[in-house]
Design a protein around this ligand. Structure first.
Ligand code: ADP
Ligand code: ADP
Length: 226
């Protein structure tokens, strides 16, 4: 089972790279941000709870997040492997994931850090538009859709996230970058950390991720295996 963790600050390009990588590896993406946004949209109790934190740029508490993620990775489509986008975001979440995988005699195969300087993160989030269908991200200048306001991949409508307002972007940086450092350290110690330069064109970053994964021994899932 391939368990690939995509790490990076808010706006680094995880959500852009995750579906491209999923298509190459033949395994699904699980993005906790997308799971939370779906719960908010559906008005579930979990969504109402999560929304308070998301709107303030804060991390949703570990207990809620870990439960949601573990339930999702136990579904049948995650059997051959998963790409995790936006999880783990704290040392507690990283430890909970290790423990759950160890229970199945599995482990994180590789944690790929998409590294981007802070000024560029702010620029990227300020111009970000995502689709209602699956959260596919676009950027008004650096990665526009072919047809304005419409997702290239699934045709759904594009919108700007409420937490991509300038004041919330700053709050997310302040609240989340410290925890990210701890998660990076967790995977450095586990010797599965690989770092790619995220300040390059989307296709070049994708190639760099492939090279990093090959170096970590992660190869595409062949149909019928897993
Ligand atoms: P971005 O890609 O911009 O970092 P996400 O879509 O991954 O944003 O997450 C949006 C928000 O959802 C986060 O700011 C946070 O409030 C919440 N969230 C997502 N994943 C996690 C997580 N693993 N732990 C805690 N909160 C999370
Ligand atoms: P994350 O999921 O890490 O928060 P996203 O994938 O949503 O980040 O990307 C944030 C914004 O930056 C989006 O508007 C996206 O279109 C844009 N973006 C992603 N990768 C690049 C890149 N390599 N160069 C320029 N813009 C990018």
């Amino acid at each position: 089972m391939n368990v690939v963790v995509l790490l990076g600050a808010p706006g680094a390009g995880k959500g852009t790279q995750a579906p491209l990588l999923a298509a190459r590896l033949g395994i699904p993406v699980i993005a906790t941000g997308d799971l939370f946004r779906a719960a908010v949209r559906d008005g579930t109790p979990l969504g109402m709870e999560a929304r308070r934190y998301m709107d303030a740029g804060q991390l949703v508490p570990d207990e809620i997040t870990v439960k949601l993620l573990l339930e999702r990775i136990s579904r049948p489509d995650a059997k051959a492997g998963v790409i995790l986008d936006g999880f783990p975001r704290t040392a507690v979440q990283a430890a909970a994931l290790d423990e759950a995988l160890a229970g199945r005699r599995e482990q994180v195969s590789a944690a790929v850090l998409v590294d981007v300087p802070t000024e560029e993160l702010v620029r990227r989030m300020s111009g970000r538009w995502i689709c209602r269908g699956a959260g596919h991200p676009y950027h008004e200048t650096s990665s526009p859709p072919r047809l304005e306001g419409v997702c290239d991949l699934d045709g759904s409508e594009l919108y700007q996230r409420v937490d991509d307002r300038p004041e919330t972007i700053r709050a997310r940086m302040d609240q989340q970058l410290g925890a990210l450092e701890q998660v990076i350290e967790h995977y450095r110690v586990a010797r599965v950390l690989r770092t790619v330069n995220g300040l390059q064109d989307i296709t070049i970053v994708a190639d760099a991720i492939d090279a990093a994964l090959a170096d970590a021994g992660v190869t595409p899932v062949v149909a019928g295996q897993g």
